[in-house]
Design a protein around this ligand. Structure first.
Ligand code: CA
Length: 230
């Protein structure tokens, strides 16, 4: 299945050039010329990645990024004409995954884009809200907190990261190797046993009865799957 990309750029020549090059590389491309249409296209086309120009008429690229991030974890690469640290910092704080400064070559953009897509190879669910209710606990994904009755529960950072990753891939069976790679990092020289230990800790937090997990199931010989929250 072709990966789909939403190209948001008000400058028609650049937008067309980007769309043509990306289509030639096998991507499905949707185009938007301003922030309002970008948000419409994002909600309709549900792209796998968004290329987002920072300087847009009507609604700025930063505002568009903020709005999209409140609704979705879809990867965003910002296109900025200004080589300004502030823009980069703000863009990344708003949840952009990367940025490319104009002028850029298609080769450079393509490399960045593929790197971001590789990081999201297990296609994340882009509709996961910032606050997820698992019944027993509530997960504040943006704030990196697990709450019960409004109180923050102390959990190890890796336990939270594991949960956050699973929440973004609900209903997908994920192997221990994939979890090690994605949660602990490619360079981590640990063992899959590490994953099992963290799953054990995580179940103690989210399950009513962690000896009979209802949310985070073991798929024997493969890995784990988190039930899609209702
Ligand atoms: Ca522009």
């Amino acid at each position: 299945m072709a990966r789909s990309i939403l190209v948001v750029e008000d400058e028609p020549t650049l937008r067309e050039t980007l769309a043509e090059s990306l289509e030639a590389e096998g991507f499905e491309v949707t185009q938007a010329a301003d922030g309002r249409r970008a948000l419409e296209a994002f909600r309709q086309a549900k792209p796998d990645l968004i290329l987002l120009d920072l300087m847009l008429p009507e609604i700025s690229g930063l505002e568009v990024a903020r709005t999209i991030r409140a609704e979705s974890r879809v990867p965003i690469i910002m296109l900025t004409a200004r080589d300004s640290e502030i823009d980069k910092v703000v863009g990344l704080e708003l949840g952009a995954d990367d940025y490319v400064t104009k002028p850029f070559s298609m080769r450079e953009l393509s490399a960045r884009l593929r790197a971001v897509l590789r990081r999201t190879e297990l296609v994340p669910d882009t509709t996961v809200p910032a606050l997820v209710d698992l019944g027993r606990v509530q997960i504040d994904l943006a704030g990196h907190r697990i709450l019960r009755g409004g109180e923050e529960l102390p959990v190890k950072p890796k336990v939270f990261e594991l949960l956050a990753f699973l929440l973004r891939h609900p209903g997908q069976v994920i192997t221990r190797d994939q979890l090690l790679e994605r949660v602990w990092g490619y360079d981590y020289a640990g063992e899959t046993r590490t994953v099992d230990v963290h799953v054990h800790w995580l179940r103690a937090v989210i399950e009513d009865d962690s000896s009979r997990p209802a949310l985070l199931k073991t798929v024997r010989g493969v890995g784990y799957v988190l039930r899609r929250p209702e």
